[in-house]
Write a protein that binds this ligand. Structure first.
Ligand SMILES: *Cc1c(COP(=O)(O)O)cnc(C)c1O
Length: 390
């Protein structure tokens, strides 16, 4: 190389080959493509999910590491990491549905998913029937010959209703319809939907899996390889792929998920129990409380009750607004599942366009507060929440 001019030599930088040792941490493969010595090997690698690494939109070793880790956690055969949770949901819905198909979805859905399904109906003529998340008879009654997917969420937002996955995924399976479960709120540590009959699990890795409020990402995990390959082909056409640095941050977060989840759940129990006994609070919606409609099911299905819940302030909208401006440690912010405690008042923020009646139809009161409990010391959290209620 010494005969090359300096301008050329600085373009073709030396790359040490790591042989007798390996990196402990997964390296960030910050490259858009890969070099081949043999054109035939390159040709053979293109257009297959299991070939040699070729191009960053197909996959990348850092991204693949995340895909293998989450597929392993969820008990799936393979996974596709995406640029956001909505990206994961969309590669599944758009990759598996076509005009004229029918979808069965649970009634209480994440807002972005609900908007996407409305769009699928309006623009692509995909019909949808909504059923309760715990009613397999309603699912069977809704099924048609053209029903192609059943869509569920392990724990709903913000009322934390738990879907009866064994009953619902089981009914879908008997009908020969694949089921998709958004497992963002539970994570594969509290619940593994594939063990209960789900065919695909989707996540917003923005939330608990990455856990540090510093990355947006998603992932879809598959129970069988044929459906994985079908969706993978569509995902690379759509260009929904995750990028290496975001995947690396998510992998780093994933390594401490078990420790964080334990604390999120125990802190949530601490706050939910105390809030339930507070005179300013009319109701607490956390599935770990016996008063919650999903309490019994959650006890059977989940190995922890989760770190997100909502509660209704007796003073309605005014009390909600006052609470939001009075918290000091808890932060007024969207998103959830990070190490910091975040609060949101749907009636004056995310759902401000809705009337009191529309809010009520969605199970949200004017005084409802959603809290994503972080990993701070529980007494500091209670001190903050109780001073904001005073
Ligand atoms: C946040 C979230 C999504 C969307 O994920 P993004 O990463 O924001 O695209 C989907 N489902 C649930 C349950 C979520 O909480």
């Amino acid at each position: 190389m010494s005969e090359l001019r300096p301008e050329t030599r600085i373009v073709h930088v030396p790359q040490p080959v790591v042989t007798d040792s390996r990196p402990i941490s997964v390296p960030i493969y910050q490259t858009s493509g890969f070099v081949f010595d043999d054109p035939a090997v390159m040709a053979g690698a293109m257009g297959r999910p299991d070939g040699a690494f070729v191009y960053g939109r197909y996959t990348n070793p850092t991204v693949r590491s995340l895909e293998l880790a989450v597929a392993g956690l969820e008990g799936g055969v393979a996974a596709i990491a995406t640029g956001s949770g909505m990206g994961a949901i969309n590669i599944v819905l758009l990759g598996l549905l076509k005009p004229g198909d029918h979808l069965i979805a649970q009634r209480s859905l994440y807002g972005g998913t609900a908007a996407m399904i409305n769009d699928l109906t309006a623009r692509f003529g995909i019909e949808v029937t909504y059923v309760p998340e715990n009613d397999p008879a309603a699912l069977r009654a809704a099924a048609r010959p053209e029903t192609r997917l059943v869509y569920l969420e392990t724990i709903s937002n913000p009322m934390t209703l738990v879907a009866d996955l064994p009953a619902m995924c089981g009914a879908a399976r008997e009908l020969g319809i694949p089921s998709v479960v958004d497992n963002t709120f539970a994570t594969g540590l509290l619940c593994r939907p594939i063990e209960h009959g789900a065919d695909i699990v989707v996540h917003s890795t923005t939330k608990y899996l990455s856990g540090h409020t510093d990355v947006v990402g998603g992932i879809a995990v598959f129970a069988d390889s044929a459906r994985y390959e079908q969706v993978w082909r569509f995902a690379i056409e759509l260009g929904a792929t995750a990028e290496p640095f975001a995947s690396w941050l998510t992998l780093r977060g994933l390594q401490t998920l078990a420790l964080r989840m334990e604390r999120h759940c125990s802190n949530a129990r601490h706050l939910a129990t105390r809030l339930a006994g507070h005179p300013a609070v009319a109701a607490v919606h956390w599935p770990g409380l016996p008063s919650h409609p999903s309490y019994e099911l959650a006890g059977r299905l989940l190995s922890g009750f989760g770190g997100v819940f909502s509660f209704d302030l007796a003073g309605g909208r005014a009390a909600g607004e006052k609470f939001m401006s009075s918290v000091r440690l808890a932060l007024l912010a969207p998103s959830l599942g990070g190490v910091e405690t975040l609060v949101l008042h749907p009636a004056t923020t995310s759902h401000r366009a809705m009337s009191a009646e529309d809010l009520a139809a969605n199970g949200i009161g004017e005084g409802t507060v959603r809290i994503s409990v972080g990993i701070e010391h529980p007494e500091d959290l209670w001190a903050d929440v109780s001073q904001a209620l005073a």
